[in-house]
Design a binder for this molecule. Structure first.
Ligand code: ACO
Length: 326
């Protein structure tokens, strides 16, 4: 049984935060952010908007494209590091919002690789016949765990969601492979120290020591990201007997323009084979690939029968790739 992406969707907050506005919050400049990251602006959730809000909207759009009814969905997987609550899962909240009454729903914690990890799990359910229609969603409201006093991190991240419907199919327009990897040796280079069992909430720890906020060793993460994304991409190509020249389009995790450029240079892929939108949204973690996928799909950038490569890297470290014959 093959597995096909039959619908894509995305949802973003209406509120835009530009680099110029960030200059008024922390000691930074549009010039620094643009040259070091490629980011010009990002979307920020407002009061009353949560991870589930964007997840449900992105899912509705993906289901509308797929012509899938909520009751037909067998499984909902949400990659997120910013769930509405530690529990219950945001996936259960989204199940309720959608009326997907026949689905099993769970969240998946793989940071920025959460969406591709979800696709890989969905693939196994679909190939085995355990599910017929699956929603995989990446959704984040990172603005609520970003330290708005830390210029090293607050300029990088944004909010939003992307989703796909995956279905069992017998045609050739299908998912060719998925690969997932983890390297737990570096878990403390990118993490949120507070809010879990290791540093339970207290006023001094959570607020005064600012443990509730995301921490990152940017330079180290950068180097690992480039090597890992190259490895994940090559694994996908090898598994399918392909070389970079066979790839029609690559959608990488949208973390930093320099990471993307260094990765594509190592792979020998030209800029014409790359889809990016991080200048408008920043790094939306698990949402970044499905948002870009939806935009590329709706803009007609992905041609039928083309080979689409998606590659992610995130905290954990986790990394992953998926190759699709579109
Ligand atoms: N504005 C102005 N100056 C800044 C800012 C800022 N926003 N942030 C840092 N600086 C300063 C630093 O303080 C430092 O100053 P110093 O030399 O006086 O100490 C200087 O700029 C250089 O800092 P570096 O950290 O060396 O800058 P670098 O070129 O490495 O860029 C960055 C930093 C953009 C964070 C880069 O390391 C990076 O992108 N890393 C990867 C981060 C990432 O993408 N993480 C997410 C991937 S995984 C995931 O998505 C979960």
């Amino acid at each position: 049984m093959n597995v096909r992406i039959t619908g894509t969707g995305s949802a973003l907050p209406g509120k835009i935060l530009t680099n110029a506005e960030l200059e008024r919050l922390v000691d930074t400049s549009d010039e620094w952010i643009t040259t070091r990251t490629g980011i010009k602006e990002r979307r920020i959730a407002v009061e009353g908007e949560y991870t589930s809000t964007f997840a449900a909207e992105a899912a509705r759009r993906a289901m509308a494209m797929a012509g899938a009814h909520p009751e037909e969905i067998d499984l909902i997987i949400i990659g997120t590091v910013t769930p509405d609550f530690p529990f219950p899962s945001t996936a259960c909240i989204v199940q309720d919002l959608l009326g997907a009454t026949n689905a099993t729903a769970f969240d998946l914690s793989a940071a920025c690789s959460g969406f591709l990890y979800g696709v890989s799990i969905a693939e196994k359910f679909l190939r085995s016949g355990a599910a017929r229609k699956v929603l995989v969603i990446g959704s984040e409201v990172l603005s609520r765990i970003v330290d708005w006093q830390d210029r090293n991190t607050c300029v990088l991240f944004g909010d939003g969601a992307g989703a796909v419907v995956l279905e069992a199919s017998e045609g050739d327009h299908s998912l060719l492979s998925t690969h997932t990897f983890s390297n737990g040796s570096f878990w403390n280079l990118l993490y949120q120290p507070g809010s879990g069992s290791r540093n339970p909430a207290t006023e001094s720890r959570t607020i005064d020591e600012r443990l509730i906020y995301l921490k990152m060793e940017g330079n180290d993460v950068f180097k690992h990201a480039v090597r890992a994304m190259e490895e994940a991409a090559l694994k996908a190509l090898d598994a399918n007997g392909l070389t970079p020249s066979n790839i029609s389009l690559m959608i990488p995790h949208q973390a930093n323009r320099r990471i993307i450029d260094a990765t594509t240079k190592r792979l020998g892929l030209g800029p014409d084979k790359l889809f990016t939108n991080l200048h408008r949204y920043g790094n939306t973690s698990s949402a970044s690939i499905p948002i870009a996928l939806d935009e590329a799909n709706r803009q007609g950038v992905i041609k039928p029968d083309s080979k689409l490569l998606m590659v992610a890297f995130g905290g954990g470290f986790t990394y992953a790739s998926a190759l699709v014959n579109w």
